[in-house]
Design a protein around this ligand. Structure first.
Ligand SMILES: C[S@@+](CC[C@H](N)C(=O)[O-])C[C@H]1O[C@@H](n2cnc3c(N)ncnc32)[C@H](O)[C@@H]1O
Length: 252
């Protein structure tokens, strides 16, 4: 997969994309991430990428020309030819659709992702109207810029690419992959400050461990995110467990 990030603050990406799993995915050649300074696509000698808003008001607005030209540069075509389904031009914006695990799964099917990071009051509206194929928000709050938001989306997408995580199962059993939260995890020591690891995990009985994990994932979701249970694909056994949980909750 190829990822291009367009930003006024390229230095912000140095650490996160060089470290850990995302850094390794880059060195293994699974993903190629390039950061582009939008100022390199300005045409005046002051490299001006923002200007005052028409109609007045506080703050600055990012100009459309550097953004259009940067996208054309990384895609290698003019904007009228941009509608290749393998390419997504993603505008990071608090007004976009809220990012989810489902969206991350949809994006791993694409060959090329281009992220546009806004700053200040945001970006000239024509970028959202004519250039972006998607507008993504990472939640109902306002950040100073789209850089951290783009990092969140890139991280969630890249870890799903084949070969990035060590064991294939590690992503398959994560929270949200089946609309349930992940089960609890434990490691050594077996007893810590009198808190003991659940017996079943030490039993070596893989069938029982599997059953226990499913039940615990369901219990956690029931307690913390009951809204997810409605969308989850549940077995008869799960439904039976859910009835027991409700009974348990009713009786305190
Ligand atoms: C200060 S914000 C602009 C907010 C804009 N005036 C508004 O109220 O919708 C500057 C930039 O940060 C990014 N940003 C802020 N919050 C975000 C969020 N929740 N998700 C994604 N990007 C965000 C966007 O790229 C945005 O253009």
């Amino acid at each position: 997969m190829r990822i291009d990030i367009l930003t006024l603050f390229p230095g912000m990406f140095a650490g996160p994309f060089k470290e850990s799993i995302i850094g390794r995915a880059g060195s293994k050649g699974i993903v190629r991430i390039e950061i582009h300074d939008l100022r390199n696509f300005t045409r005046d000698r002051h490299r001006k990428a923002d200007d005052r808003p028409y109609g007045g008001g506080p703050g600055m607005v990012m100009k459309p020309e550097p953004v259009f030209e940067a996208v054309e540069h990384v895609i290698g075509r003019t904007t009228s030819l941009l509608r290749d389904p393998q390419v997504k031009v993603i505008l990071m914006s608090p007004q976009g659709k809220t990012f989810t695990q489902k969206k991350a799964e949809e994006l791993i099917g694409k060959e090329h992702l281009v992220f546009i990071c806004g700053h200040y009051e945001g970006i000239d509206e024509r970028v959202g109207e004519r250039l972006a194929t998607d507008e993504i928000s990472i939640g109902d709050y306002v950040l100073t810029g789209g850089e951290l938001a783009a990092m969140v989306v890139v991280d969630a997408v890249v870890r799903l690419l084949p070969g990035v995580l060590g064991a294939k199962e590690s992503a398959a059993e994560d929270s949200f992959s089946e609309e349930l939260l992940d089960c609890p995890h434990y490691t050594r020591p077996e007893v810590y400050r009198e808190m003991k690891v659940p017996e079943v995990l030490l039993s070596g009985n893989h069938e029982e461990i599997k059953k226990w994990r499913r039940q615990e994932a369901l219990w956690k979701t029931f307690l913390k995110r009951p809204d997810l249970i409605e969308k989850a694909e549940l077995t008869e056994k799960d439904r039976g467990n859910l009835r027991k949980f409700k009974e348990k909750q009713k009786n305190g």
